[in-house]
Design a protein around this ligand. Structure first.
Ligand SMILES: [Zn+2]
Length: 139
């Protein structure tokens, strides 16, 4: 069973389900289905501010603004909640934003044990570096 963060510093839905889909386990069928995003990309996009992705336990995730569930972030930058189907915006998708310095954030977090890889706005790269230093993680 693939554990988020064990191959990549931080996993997205694309990389996580990509790994699970390759495994000879019951969940691989569902993982393959999660990787098919064409139906989601065909949906209209709701207006308003994009949702902010965050990192929790080496996973890039997006909190659902409607039902408080969360989904993996996907690199198509579209959010569609599998639980409530974005019913608050008539089933349209939400745009998602990730930080411009995402790679740097992932590199810094990658030095930590998986259970300590967390990030959310407005934490900066300096904040994360300082936390690593306080925890004596050599860069
Ligand atoms: Zn939801």
């Amino acid at each position: 069973m693939y554990i988020s963060g064990s191959k990549n510093a931080i996993d997205t839905g694309d990389s996580y389900f990509g790994e699970i889909a390759e495994e000879p386990i019951a969940g691989s069928t569902e993982a393959k289905r999660k990787l098919i995003r064409e139906d989601i990309r065909r949906l209209p996009v709701a207006g308003g501010k994009p949702l902010e992705a965050r990192i929790e336990h080496a996973r890039f995730i997006v909190d659902c603004p409607n039902c408080n569930s969360a989904e993996f972030y996907f690199d198509d930058k579209l959010f569609y909640c599998s639980l409530c189907h974005n019913s608050n915006v008539g089933g349209k998708t939400h745009k998602v934003k990730v930080p411009k310095n995402r790679e740097k954030i992932e590199t810094i977090l990658g030095k930590r044990p998986i259970q300590n890889r967390h990030w959310r706005e407005p934490e900066t790269v300096d904040d994360l570096e300082n936390e690593n230093t306080l925890n004596e993680l050599v860069s």
